[in-house]
Write a protein that binds this ligand. Structure first.
Ligand SMILES: Cc1cc2nc3c(=O)[nH]c(=O)nc-3n(C[C@H](O)[C@H](O)[C@H](O)COP(=O)(O)OP(=O)(O)OC[C@H]3O[C@@H](n4cnc5c(N)ncnc54)[C@H](O)[C@@H]3O)c2cc1C
Length: 392
């Protein structure tokens, strides 16, 4: 554990998880990530190691072969991955997408899929929601699924479907009832589990998108893709509600990742500021250098409390919408502020690939936008917490 960012007081079992994740991540140092980043390649060995250690099955109940841990424990896993300089974005979705199957799937679907997801035999880490024309406005999505006998026929396109090339299954949101035929605007969308191996070349096309960081994201096209009716999750038309209920866990876990990133940047900056000597003294002796580091630390610790509060609220079973959104926003802001501070503290060296800072900086920027952008969080808080009129 690093010296300047002590773990918050927490039960021994969580401290133990931290140590185990740290030990695993030590096998995947900066040069491993740098090389993959250059080639925009998937961290297969890292994901295999996490899977084998059972970390990605943290939230799957023991009855289905998972570890049945709490969301707080899962958050600790994701935080430590990031704090070690690794990138959990390659596989974080394997932890939480299955939540939709767990909460809303039939007994047969859970029996069929969850044990294999727990062992990693099946990867369910592609989530097809965003589309080019609808973006944040999910209810305007255009991908349709039309029932024909015992199948649905899917037509349309998704954008930013991350890890699609590294997933066996995709959770897909598509419109099953035209928008003008539903009484409530949130109805008429349904969730499907798509067997990507079967669909690839049979109506499913995946096209990678090269982005500013190594994220294995893609766009996917559906041309009369057949999905068995047995792969509909829950009730037809209720998919939007199912997606929303899973999003709180996602936001809390991503908030925890941002806390891990912030800790990595702060540790790195403080170490450098102690060692780099200019004008006969460490640069960290100058308040102009130490205050931004201290400020980033204070900001991170406050956000960390909100992430913990959100995880605890989620675990009570109560609606954690407000806390999950606030946690994600505060943590993403803390990681981005720490990233900027870390570059500044390192001067020119912050831009050099070998320091890993510029890579982590690029990776940290995403969380201002995805999986939900800051504006939409503020809109949520304005409307649902403060009772202000809906703005869109
Ligand atoms: C690398 C990456 C990976 C991703 N992975 C996935 C994935 O696996 N699956 C998936 O489904 N999606 C994924 N996404 C999509 C991501 O969730 C969206 O990019 C994000 O929700 C924003 O949507 P958008 O890009 O369409 O922006 P838009 O919706 O077009 O919004 C553009 C800007 O306008 C702002 N804005 C829009 N409407 C309003 C409003 N009413 N009030 C105020 N501001 C507004 C937004 O906040 C944003 O800043 C990923 C995106 C990226 C970049």
């Amino acid at each position: 554990m690093n010296a300047i960012v002590p773990p918050a007081v927490e039960p021994e079992e969580l401290a133990e998880i931290r140590r185990a994740v740290r030990a695993l991540c030590a096998g995947f140092p900066g040069e491993y990530w740098r090389e993959l980043d250059r080639r925009r390649e998937y961290p297969t060995a890292f994901v295999a190691a996490l899977t084998e250690a059972g970390f990605l099955a943290a939230l799957i109940p023991e009855a289905y072969g998972g570890s049945g841990l709490t969301l707080r424990a899962a958050a600790v896993i994701m935080e430590e991955i990031q704090a070690s300089g690794c990138n959990g974005a390659a596989c974080h979705a394997q932890m939480y997408i299955m939540n939709t199957v767990l909460r809303h799937g039939s007994a047969a679907q859970k029996e069929k899929y969850l044990p294999k997801i727990a062992t990693g035999e099946l990867r369910l880490q592609a989530f097809g929601v965003t589309e080019p024309t609808s973006g944040t406005d999910t209810l305007s999505l255009r991908t349709t699924a039309r029932r024909e006998g015992d199948h649905y026929i899917v037509e349309g396109q998704k954008l930013w479907t991350s890890r699609a090339e590294h997933s066996d299954l995709m959770l897909l949101l598509a419109r099953t009832t035209p928008r003008d035929q539903v009484s409530k605007r949130t109805e008429g969308l349904s969730i499907f589990l798509v067997d990507m191996g079967e669909a690839l070349g049979n109506g499913l096309t995946i096209r990678p998108i090269r982005t500013m960081m190594n994220h294995s994201t893609t766009e996917v096209f559906f041309d009369r893709m057949k999905v068995p009716a047995a792969n509909l999750i829950g009730e037809e038309g209720k998919g939007f509600g199912y997606i929303l209920s899973g999003m709180n866990a996602e936001r809390i876990l991503i908030g925890a990742e941002c806390i891990g990133d912030a800790k990595w940047f702060i540790e790195k900056a403080a170490a450098y500021a102690r060692e780099r000597v200019l004008f006969g003294r460490p640069i960290g002796q100058n308040q102009g250098v130490q205050f931004p580091i201290a400020r980033a630390y204070v900001q991170m610790r406050a956000a960390e409390l909100m992430v913990r509060e959100a995880a605890e609220q989620y675990e009570t079973g109560a609606n954690a919408g407000a806390e999950a959104n606030m946690a994600k926003m505060l943590a993403a802001d803390a990681s981005w502020a720490a990233a900027d501070m870390c570059v500044q503290t390192h001067g020119g060296f912050g831009f050099a690939e070998e320091y890993d800072i510029e890579r982590k900086f690029r990776e940290a920027r995403l969380y201002q936008v995805a999986p939900i952008s800051t504006n939409m969080i503020l809109s949520y808080v304005a409307e649902h917490v403060l009772g202000l009129p809906r703005s869109y």
